[in-house]
Design a protein around this ligand. Structure first.
Ligand code: FES
Length: 102
C-alpha cells in the first residue's frame, strides 16, 4: 500500500501494481499529481515529498530527475518525482505528500 496526502492533507491509500511508475497509478486518483510530460522527468508536476524514513529505500535520482528537481518550486531534501519511482513490494507502506503547484 502507498499512502499519499493531497494538498489539503487528506490521506489516500493506493494498492499499487508491481513495477509500474507511481505517476501512472496516482494520476487517476486525482490527488493533485498531473504528470504533464507523461513521466519523462521534464515538467515537475508529479513532485512529491517522500517521508524521510523512506528516502534511503528509494534508488537515488538519476541525472534527469536530479536536474528537474533543481527547477521545481518548493524543493526540499525529500523531494522526488513520482514518475521516477517504480513500485515494488519493498516499498509497501511508502508515504508521501503532494508538493505545492509549481
Ligand atoms: S510527470 Fe513530468 S516530471 Fe514527472
Amino acid at each position: 500500500m502507498i499512502i499519499i496526502h493531497d494538498r489539503d492533507d487528506v490521506r489516500h491509500e493506493l494498492e499499487p501494481h508491481d513495477k509500474k511508475a507511481l505517476l501512472l497509478q496516482l494520476r487517476p486518483m486525482k490527488v493533485g499529481i498531473i504528470g504533464l510530460c507523461n513521466g519523462n522527468a521534464a515538467c515537475g508536476t508529479c513532485h512529491v515529498y517522500v517521508e524521510k524514513e523512506w528516502l534511503d529505500r528509494l534508488p537515488e535520482p538519476d541525472e534527469y530527475e536530479a536536474e528537474m528537481l533543481e527547477e521545481v518550486a518548493g524543493r526540499r531534501e525529500n523531494s522526488r518525482l513520482s514518475c521516477q519511482i517504480e513500485y515494488g513490494p519493498e516499498l509497501d507502506g511508502l508515504e508521501m505528500t503532494v508538493a505545492p503547484r509549481s
